[in-house]
Ligand binder design. Structure first.
Ligand SMILES: C[S@@+](CC[C@H](N)C(=O)[O-])C[C@H]1O[C@@H](n2cnc3c(N)ncnc32)[C@H](O)[C@@H]1O
Length: 214
C-alpha cells in the first residue's frame, strides 16, 4: 500500500514538471493581428523592399500556391517575413540567402519574433556559392541582391525551376543598366511570360515578374 502511494506521488511530480517543461518549450505563436502590426510598424532600412512590393510578393506566393521559394538578398527580412506568411499558409518553405552576417542575424531575429523560423530558413553566404548547392526544385524565386549578377543567380536556379514557377526580380527600372543581360533574356523568350510592374511608388522602381511556361 505504502509503495503504491510513493508511486502515485512520484507520477504526479513527473507529470507536473513534464507539463511545465512542455508549456515552456511551446513558444506562443504571434497572432495574425500582431504579425500584421509588427510588419506595419517594422523599421525598414533603405535596403528593404517597399510595403507595396512586399505585399505583391506575398500575393504572388499565395495566389500561385507556391511551395518552395528562394530569396536572393534578405537584408533585415522584410520581404522574407511577408513571403513567409504566404508560404506558411501554403504549407511551403522559403530559403533566404544573404552574404552579410549582420543582415543574417537580424533576419533570423525578425523571423523568430514573427514565429516564422520554421517556414523560412536563412542561409549565410555569397549567393553565387550558395545557389548551386541548393537541392531540390523551386516554384518561386525573388532576386534582390547584386543587380549585375541577376542573370548569374537566375542561371544557377534555372535547372531547379518547376514548370509554372514564378520569378520576381526587384529594381528592374532604376537598375536596368546593370542588368541588361538579365532583362534581354526574358524579352520575347518563348519559355516565359513576363511583365514589369510597379506595385509601389515609393522608390520609383519596378519588379519583373516572369512565369515559366515549360
Ligand atoms: C536590396 S537588399 C535585399 C532586400 C530584401 N529582399 C527585402 O525584401 O527587404 C540586398 C541584400 O543583398 C545582399 N547581398 C549582396 N550581395 C550578395 C551576394 N553576393 N550574395 C548574397 N547576398 C548578397 C546584401 O547584403 C543586402 O542585404
Amino acid at each position: 500500500m505504502k509503495n503504491r502511494w510513493i508511486f502515485a506521488v512520484v507520477l504526479t511530480f513527473l507529470g507536473f514538471f513534464g507539463l511545465q517543461r512542455g508549456l515552456a518549450a511551446e513558444k506562443p505563436k504571434m497572432s495574425e493581428i500582431d504579425r500584421e502590426k509588427y510588419i506595419r510598424e517594422f523599421r525598414r532600412t533603405g535596403l528593404n523592399t517597399t510595403p507595396g512590393d512586399a505585399m505583391m510578393l506575398r500575393i504572388l506566393v499565395e495566389s500561385a500556391k507556391c511551395k518552395r521559394g528562394v530569396e536572393v538578398g534578405s537584408a533585415t527580412g522584410y520581404g522574407a517575413m511577408n513571403m513567409g506568411i504566404a508560404f506558411e499558409r501554403n504549407g511551403g518553405q522559403l530559403i533566404t540567402v544573404d552574404i552579410d552576417p549582420e543582415m543574417v542575424r537580424k533576419t533570423r531575429e525578425n523571423l523568430a519574433k514573427m514565429g516564422l523560423e520554421k517556414t523560412v530558413s536563412v542561409v549565410e553566404g555569397d549567393a553565387l556559392q550558395v545557389l548551386p548547392k541548393l537541392e531540390g526544385e523551386f516554384d518561386f524565386v525573388f532576386l534582390d541582391a547584386l543587380k549585375r549578377d541577376y542573370l548569374k543567380y537566375f542561371q544557377m536556379l534555372s535547372p531547379k525551376l518547376k514548370k509554372g514557377a514564378v520569378i520576381v526580380a526587384d529594381n528592374v527600372i532604376q537598375s536596368a543598366g546593370e542588368m541588361r543581360d538579365f532583362l534581354a533574356f526574358f524579352e520575347n523568350n518563348p519559355d516565359y511570360d513576363s511583365v514589369t510592374i510597379r506595385a509601389s511608388m515609393e522608390k520609383n522602381d519596378g519588379m519583373l515578374i516572369a512565369y515559366k511556361l515549360k
